[in-house]
Design a protein around this ligand. Structure first.
Ligand code: OGA
Ligand code: NI
Length: 355
């Protein structure tokens, strides 16, 4: 039965607790956005602040040993915190397959999807969510997502949804060489010549894959797909489909740029963990997804993270040169817990680690 939209509690039950998500709400063809999703002005993206005809760098990685490519990657990580890559070595069929798998998962009936809600999921490593943290968000974001934290193949085979799990695992595995190469390149500018057992675990010791679904929204200008935030990862590999929506703040500015979908590309962004480890040489930048009034949008980020048990802080090679440490050491799982305690609010998570 369709929920009554005058009663916010019933609406929230339908969307959040019964597995319908905002996708289920969108498919009821409602004409006006319920109040539960109407964001205060300061949380919406101010389109007058978007700089047209400008965007983040696009880097061809065909020859990632080329000093020019290495420089382009490190410069982009310093000056933009965000860049797109093409010829990255992840087969395009793998990218297509994981987008299709995302659509397949969200096309399941609510009573199937409901099994993956946190309250029903037999593992804490898989959860279906609407908004960001519906228990905390006063106003909900117009997004459903399935979040899968990778522990082992056995765990994935046992608990990830069969309609998408193989494609998500394939995407994760096929991205591995790219992730290693990107981190290797980024380390060179920090004076670290290679990834080895002393640094690889906290640079890329764990992975979380999210399948994001942003359904068609009535009154998209009144809400957000994802509110402004920075990621808590070391770096994020983001696959977006051909639908517009992702905006990135320009470094130290009040202006934003759009990240145009480029077929076959991946978007890379620096997360808070690498901003901390690089002592702010590399920037974790605020980004935002607007809601769309005409098309459904999917995206699939891989969050490359330290292990939860790692203690992260500015790397010794960086502060060894006499730089003042801008961040203190924090247990990574504490940092992540802090992120999941509050609604999206720009770059404020990193205050938790300020020295
Ligand atoms: C995220 C995110 C961007 C997008 O999931 O953290 O920023 O384009 N997604 O969906
Ligand atoms: Ni993000």
């Amino acid at each position: 039965m369709a929920p009554s939209f005058v009663d916010t509690r019933e609406l929230k039950t339908f969307v959040v607790d019964d597995g319908h998500g905002v996708k289920g709400l969108s498919e009821l063809n409602i004409k006006t956005l319920p109040e539960l999703f109407i964001q205060p002005l300061e949380k919406r993206l101010d389109m007058t602040k978007v700089v047209p005809n400008e965007s983040i760098p696009v880097i061809d990685m065909s020859n990632s040993e080329d000093p020019k490519v290495i420089k382009a990657i490190c410069d982009a990580a310093e000056n933009w915190g965000f860049f797109q890559i093409v010829n990255h070595g992840v087969p395009l069929s793998v990218l297509e397959d994981v987008k299709d798998a995302t659509k397949r998962f969200f096309a399941l009936p609510a009573n199937e999807k409901k099994k993956y809600l946190f309250k029903n999921s037999p593992t804490k490593n898989v959860r279906l969510v609407t908004s960001f943290i519906p228990e905390v968000d006063k106003v909900l974001e117009w997004k459903d997502y399935l979040s899968c934290f990778y522990v082992s193949n056995d765990e994935a085979m046992a608990f990830w949804p069969p309609v998408c799990r193989d494609q998500v695992l394939e995407y994760m595995n096929k991205s591995e060489p790219l992730i290693k190469r990107l981190l290797e390149v980024l380390m060179t500018r920090l004076g670290i010549s290679k990834l080895d057992e002393t640094n690889q675990p906290f640079l890329m010791g764990s992975r979380r894959m999210n399948l994001n679904y942003y359904p068609i929204c009535p009154n998209p200008e009144l809400t957000v797909g994802v509110g402004g935030h920075s990621d808590v990862s070391t770096l994020t590999v983001l696959l977006q489909d051909q639908t517009r929506g992702l905006y990135v703040r320009k470094l130290d500015s009040d202006n934003w740029v759009h990240v145009p979908p480029i077929n076959g590309s991946l978007t890379i962004n620096i997360g808070d963990a690498l901003q901390i480890m690089s002592n702010c040489r590399y920037k974790s930048i605020e980004h935002h997804v607007v809601a769309n009034g005409h098309e459904n949008r999917v995206s699939v980020p891989i969050f490359v993270n330290p292990r939860p048990s790692d203690i992260i802080g500015p790397l010794p090679q960086v502060i060894g040169r006499g730089e003042k440490a801008l961040y203190k050491k924090v247990l990574y799982s504490d940092y992540v817990k802090h992120f999941y305690r509050k609604s999206h609010n720009g770059k404020d998570t990193i205050d938790f680690a300020k020295a």
